[in-house]
Each structure stands twice: as C-alpha cells, then as structure tokens.
Write a protein that binds this ligand. Structure first.
Ligand SMILES: Nc1nc2c(ncn2[C@@H]2O[C@H](COP(=O)(O)OP(=O)(O)OP(=O)(O)O)[C@@H](O)[C@H]2O)c(=O)[nH]1
Ligand SMILES: [Zn+2]
Length: 201
C-alpha cells in the first residue's frame, strides 16, 4: 500500500460516467429509489460536485504560484485567516476552517502575489485529504517554488466527521502546524505565531 501522493500528471481525467454510476449505486444501497423524481438528477449533480472539490488533484503548485516578483523584500509575509474547505479522505465529508500562511522570502526577495497563497491553500484543499498532509504540502510548495528561507503554516479546522457523526463533538477544532527553514529560529517563530494569534492589534 503506497502512501505516496500521486503526481497530478499521472491522474486520469475525472470520470463523470463512473462517478454517476457509483452515486446511483450508493443511493440504491441506502434503500432509496434512484429513479424517483427528486433523485433523478442527483448522481450527475454529485459527480459534478466531486469533480469540483477534487479538482486540486490535477493541479500543480507551480501552476498557481505563477506571478512572482523580485521586490527585494526579505522579511516575513503572512496572510491570516484564509478560509478553507477540504474533504477528509477517511469519510469523504468536509473539514473546514482557516489557514495562516507565512514565509520569509528568498535572499533575492522572490515573492508571490498574496492571492496566490490562498490559491495554493485551495489547490491542496481540493483533494481527498488529511489535515496534517494539507499543512505540510502547503509549506513544502512554498519552500520549493518560492525558494523561501522559511515557512510557517497553521491550520485550524473542524471536521464534520467528528461533528455530524461518530464522536459528535461539535466545536472541537484541530490545529496543525508546519515549520520550515529559518522559521525554526525561536524569535522568528514566536513573532509569526504572535501575529497569527493576535494580528497586530
Ligand atoms: N489524523 C487525522 N485523522 C483524521 C482526519 N480526518 C479524520 N480523521 C480521523 O480518521 C479516523 C478514522 O478512524 P476509523 O476508526 O478508521 O473510522 P471510524 O470508525 O469512522 O472512526 P470514528 O470517527 O471514531 O467513528 C477518525 O479517528 C477520524 O477522526 C485528519 O485530517 N487527520
Ligand atoms: Zn473523517
């Protein structure tokens, strides 16, 4: 059993017909009549919805972190409270919360557009995920593509698999973090963590 994440180039196109057939089969397994009026279009709708929320499987971070400029800015850049919706790979139900993404640019000051950080969060969120992997993938992409000297990613999310079913602990929030490079420096990390927790107020 491989835990390797597959390269987007090796992932076949989304198979709408197969997804529809599977949803139809699931409805039948529930004891529902997939041909009753309210459900007739459901397999096609669910297939489209899944195509959308897994579209990140076929995207590469390089495609998103396109706009980079050398501004010569080599100090911390941090975007807080990036809304995220992902899907837990264990139950295929959503987890939702916020990501805080900060990086210390390369020596030359290679930076990216701020919206690209949110696009990166979206890209990795739109895959069957676990929160830990989502967190590290964002951090690793920034280190690699921006050649950042340091990165911090903190994600705080609520998993519907823990609230709507199972242990049913509404409000329980899971916090994960990934720290890379110079962000390991105690003073830098504590500055970033304080900005994440309190902003500048
Ligand atoms: N580490 C980690 N666990 C997750 C994530 N999303 C869901 N899980 C957990 O995955 C586990 C799957 O456990 P199983 O015992 O196989 O599944 P289950 O019988 O449905 O478990 P319960 O949720 O406890 O009812 C559960 O404990 C979930 O809370 C995630 O992003 N990271
Ligand atoms: Zn789950």
């Amino acid at each position: 059993m491989s835990h390797e994440v597959r390269d987007p180039a090796d992932i076949p196109p989304f198979d709408h017909a197969r997804a529809e057939a599977a949803v139809r089969e699931l409805l039948a397994a529930l004891g529902e009549d997939p041909d009753r009026e309210g459900l007739r279009e459901t397999p096609a709708r669910v297939a489209r919805a899944f195509a959308e929320v897994t579209s990140g499987l076929r995207q590469r971070p390089e495609d998103v972190l396109t706009t980079t400029f050398d501004l010569g800015h080599d100090e911390l850049v941090l975007v807080r409270d990036i809304e995220l919706w992902s899907m837990c790979e264990h139950h295929l139900v959503p987890f939702t919360g916020v990501a805080h993404v900060g990086y210390i640019p390369s020596e030359s000051g290679k930076i990216t557009g701020l919206s690209k950080l949110a696009r990166l969060v979206d890209l990795y969120s739109r895959r069957p995920q676990v929160q830990e992997r989502l967190t590290t993938q964002i951090a690793d992409a920034l280190m690699e593509i921006l050649e950042a000297r340091g990165v911090i990613v903190v994600i705080e999310a609520e998993h519907l698999c823990m609230t709507m079913r199972g242990v049913k602990k509404a409000g329980a929030r899971t916090i994960t973090s990934a720290i890379r490079g110079q962000m390991h420096d105690a003073a830098t990390r504590s500055e970033a963590m304080s900005l994440i927790m309190h902003g500048t107020r």
